[in-house]
Design a protein around this ligand. Structure first.
Ligand code: LLP
Length: 422
């Protein structure tokens, strides 16, 4: 459920007409709903009621300061994967002891920043990384709390580019080598081994892969405890999928996922962490765009929008489907017609949808891409020298620009001319 609904034929974001935002900020833009963000965060929080837990929002999904602050105030921790994300989380008011640091290539500088500023734990991805964390911690006279990310060799049954839990993926250490790696970690004086981490992929639409992975983590917990390690925290990653179409998809609910966690791991008495990103932000955001032209091609009509692949890359990159809906609802009885919906960027990959049934649309009409809140704005670029599009946050009947569209001069003046050309 989200808070983007039609009222008297006009699309609203909570209590604000989307067309009103478009008139104020221009198109294209992203708009997020506070109520949906909070609702999704709370679904996870409630799903883990009764267990000691922390929901660490995977802020790579959408990392605007206003979004982070909204979630942080509701009690969310953060899962970060770079110094930039760490600094964003801290700037949004998240205390260090609610920030977990994931990512396969943390640099010594990043580790130092997090250790100095405060960190809940590092999720260690390799032995060389473990050595560096140890060295930086010793240099600072600290002990770094760590989990080791294990790769359980489970098929997440998702798009190949976002599956991470198979042995061929670059993530984690093979679960078969875990005892050896934990023994090594325990021998390093700058580290405090506190738990186990696992994340098998994103946009999972079945619970079974989670079950297989978590059962392996449960077994490993007992083994490592028997080896003398104090395994007291389990970070179970993110990955629960969202419905991208309103008709036929029904991924498992957070409450079912929470029950699975309790069933597979509850008996261990560990503190549970999860790192959901997409499910919190995905359906809390729209990308709104305007039709520039309707072009009649050979046997097909193109809707040429002012939004493009640089603004929302998921269709080009993962063949992802986003529902695209008119901001002014179609008049009942009007026959929908097929369009190829494209952006103005100079490559054929800049296609959002082929032969998509839409009500007849004309130049100037607004459309909204649903489920664009996660991995939308954060993955955008200025390709074709198209300035990054603004982000807007709605809260009831209020809205605010939370990242302004840069001017052309701001975009151009970020470049500098070397002396020999001046
Ligand atoms: N934890 C770790 C260690 C991760 O690598 C990820 C996502 C998450 C948590 C959050 O997963 P989520 O709950 O959002 O599924 N750009 C792609 C998705 C990449 C996901 C990368 N890792 C897309 O647009 O589909």
């Amino acid at each position: 459920m989200d808070h983007f609904l039609y009222r008297d034929g006009a699309l609203f974001a909570e209590d604000v007409p989307v067309a009103e935002i478009a008139a104020a900020v221009g198109t294209p833009f992203y708009v997020y709903s506070t109520a949906t963000l909070l609702r999704h965060f709370r679904l996870f929080d409630e799903a883990l009621q009764g267990t000691d837990h922390l929901v660490c929002y995977a802020m790579k999904a959408a990392s605007n300061q206003a979004i982070l602050k909204t979630l942080a105030e509701a009690g969310a921790g953060m899962d970060v994967v770079s110094e930039g994300e760490y600094r964003r989380a801290r700037a949004a008011g998240v205390p260090g002891d609610k920030i977990v640091f994931s990512g396969v290539g943390k640099t010594a500088d990043e580790i130092r920043t997090a250790l100095t500023g405060g960190i809940r734990q590092f999720n260690v991805e390799s032995e060389p990384e473990m050595e560096v964390i140890n060295a930086v911690a010793l240099d600072l006279g600290l002990r770094a709390p760590i989990t080791v990310r294990v790769n359980p060799d489970v098929d997440a049954k998702t798009h190949a580019k976002i599956a991470t839990g198979k042995s061929e993926n670059k993530f984690g250490i093979p679960i078969a080598r875990a005892r050896e790696v934990y023994a090594h970690a325990a021998s390093l004086p700058g580290l405090e081994v506190i738990g186990i981490d696992v994340h098998i992929g994103s946009q999972l639409t079945e619970l079974e892969p989670f079950r297989l992975a978590y059962q392996k983590v449960a077994e490993l917990t007992e083994t490592l405890r028997a080896d003398g390690h104090d395994i007291r925290r389990l970070d179970l990653g993110g990955g629960l999928g969202i419905p991208y179409t309103r008709s036929n998809e029904a991924p498992p609910l957070p409450v079912e996922y929470g029950q699975l966690i309790k069933d597979t791991l509850g008996h261990l008495g560990c503190e549970i962490e999860i790192e959901p990103g997409r499910l919190i932000a995905g359906n809390a955001g729209l990308m709104v765009s305007k039709v520039i032209y309707v072009k009649n091609g050979e046997g097909r009509d193109f809707l040429i929008l002012d939004g493009a692949m640089n603004d929302l890359i998921r269709p080009a990159m993962y063949d992802a489907h986003h529902d695209i809906i008119p901001v002014i609802e179609a008049t009942p009885g009007v026959e929908p017609q097929p369009y190829d919906i494209v952006g103005p960027v100079c490559e054929s990959g800049d296609t959002f949808a082929k032969q998509r049934l839409m009500p007849p649309l004309g130049a100037g009409d607004l459309v909204a891409f649903r489920s664009a809140g996660a991995y939308g704005a954060v993955m955008s670029s200025e390709y074709n020298s198209r300035p990054l599009i603004p982000e807007v946050l709605v809260h009831g009947d209020q809205f605010a620009v939370i990242r302004a569209r840069p001017t052309f001069d701001e975009m151009i003046n970020r470049d500098t001319i070397p002396e020999w050309l001046a």
